[in-house]
Design a binder for this molecule. Structure first.
Ligand SMILES: Cc1ncc(COP(=O)(O)O)c(C=O)c1O
Length: 354
């Protein structure tokens, strides 16, 4: 069996749009004109193995050595580079269920044997380390989690990540949503030990997806191996994007605060929705830009198809998270749109679910 595509990504690119788009995962677009200054742009630069100032800016932000930073086109390419460097075909990988589907797709593409451990709704989607421990076999090479968790937005505390790290395997933590913890933002789990490999980007919480500024944090030898593997793919980064990414990193508080207001307003609307609606349940998270809803009666596919056709409102079907009775909604794009989308979702729940 070969895995050379992602059903979710194709759906997201071709079928997720609606006037009231709740099928988002990150914040809205940050306009270039809101940066206080622009860098002197140039087309080519000294970036064979990444642009020094960009690696330094990412390293400084996380308090790590620049030799541990591998820049990549988004968290997507960062995850792929990490998997392809760490794994051989047939290696077993343990990944949370539910999770971001592209992680599973990329693991299968590199030939990994994908095994799962459950994050249970009744347990607030927490990582249960004993469950992970029980799933380990002699062939297991890697544990993969998202923090914040996609789809639920649940934060895994550092104490749990430490316990995962003590299982004797490498742990990859996709932290692309972590900065949506706006107060006491946790430090990257890269600091928890050399077995931790972290991926992230500026795409989801800062609204600059178009720059594709992503990275891996890994111990220096491993980082070097990823750069060498990257020679087969992207080979050399896009320099104008590197220059702009440095400027965004120098002004990170501006997009962060801009979108924080929207995310927080949307979360208030979400809390009121969850309070009044009995047709859905959800693990409540104080953080993040997504919420995973359990539709308690009726089929999700039909519910979402009619929601889009009749009310111009979209959300992500749970089948993309291997949980077909659920669906995911996103916050942080536009508060008026979110409030109206949630109002339409309420109306639809009333009409379609007894
Ligand atoms: C957990 C997770 N990782 C990675 C990505 C891809 O991010 P990027 O746009 O930085 O490639 C997403 C996108 O939704 C995601 O949810």
């Amino acid at each position: 069996m070969s895995y050379k595509h992602s059903d979710y990504m194709h759906w997201a690119k071709t079928q997720s749009r609606a006037r009231f788009n709740l099928a988002t995962s990150g914040v809205g677009p940050f306009p270039l004109r809101e940066l206080p200054s622009l860098p002197e742009l140039e087309i080519n630069g000294d970036n064979s193995y990444g642009y020094g100032p960009l690696k330094e800016a990412i390293a400084a932000r996380h308090g790590v050595d620049p030799d541990c930073v591998v820049t990549a086109a988004g968290t997507s390419m960062a995850n792929y580079l990490a998997f392809a460097t760490l794994l051989e075909p047939g290696d077993e990988v343990l990944i949370e269920h539910p999770t971001y589907g592209l992680l599973v797709d990329a693991l299968q593409y590199v030939g990994a044997e994908v095994r799962r451990f459950a994050r249970r709704e009744e347990n607030g989607y927490a990582i249960e380390v004993d469950e992970v421990r029980r799933a380990i076999t002699p062939k297991t090479r890697l544990i993969v989690v998202t923090n914040l968790h996609n789809p639920t937005g649940v934060l895994t505390p550092e104490s749990t990540l430490r316990e995962l790290g003590a299982l004797g395997l490498r742990v990859l933590v996709d932290e692309v949503y972590l900065d949506a913890v706006y107060e006491n933002t946790p430090r990257t789990s890269f600091h928890l030990g050399p077995q931790f490999v972290v991926t992230s980007s500026l795409t989801k919480i800062y609204g600059v997806s178009g720059l594709r500024c992503g990275w891996v944090l890994a111990e220096a030898d491993l980082a070097r191996a990823m750069w060498r593997l990257n020679d087969l793919f992207a080979a050399t980064p896009v320099h104008p994007s590197e220059l702009l990414s440095v400027t965004v990193l120098q002004n990170l508080a501006i997009p962060r605060e801009r979108f924080r207001k929207i995310v927080e307003a949307d979360r208030t609307v979400l809390a009121e929705f969850l309070e009044r609606e009995s047709g859905v349940s959800a693990a409540k998270s104080e953080f993040g830009t997504t919420c995973f809803l359990h539709l308690l009666h009726g089929g999700v596919e039909e519910f979402l198809e009619t929601l889009r056709a009749e009310r111009d409102t979209s959300a992500v079907p749970g089948r993309f998270f291997e949980m077909p009775n659920h669906f995911r909604i996103g916050m942080g794009v536009n508060s008026e749109m979110f409030a109206e989308g949630m109002r339409r979702l309420s109306l639809h729940l009333r009409d379609h679910v007894q």
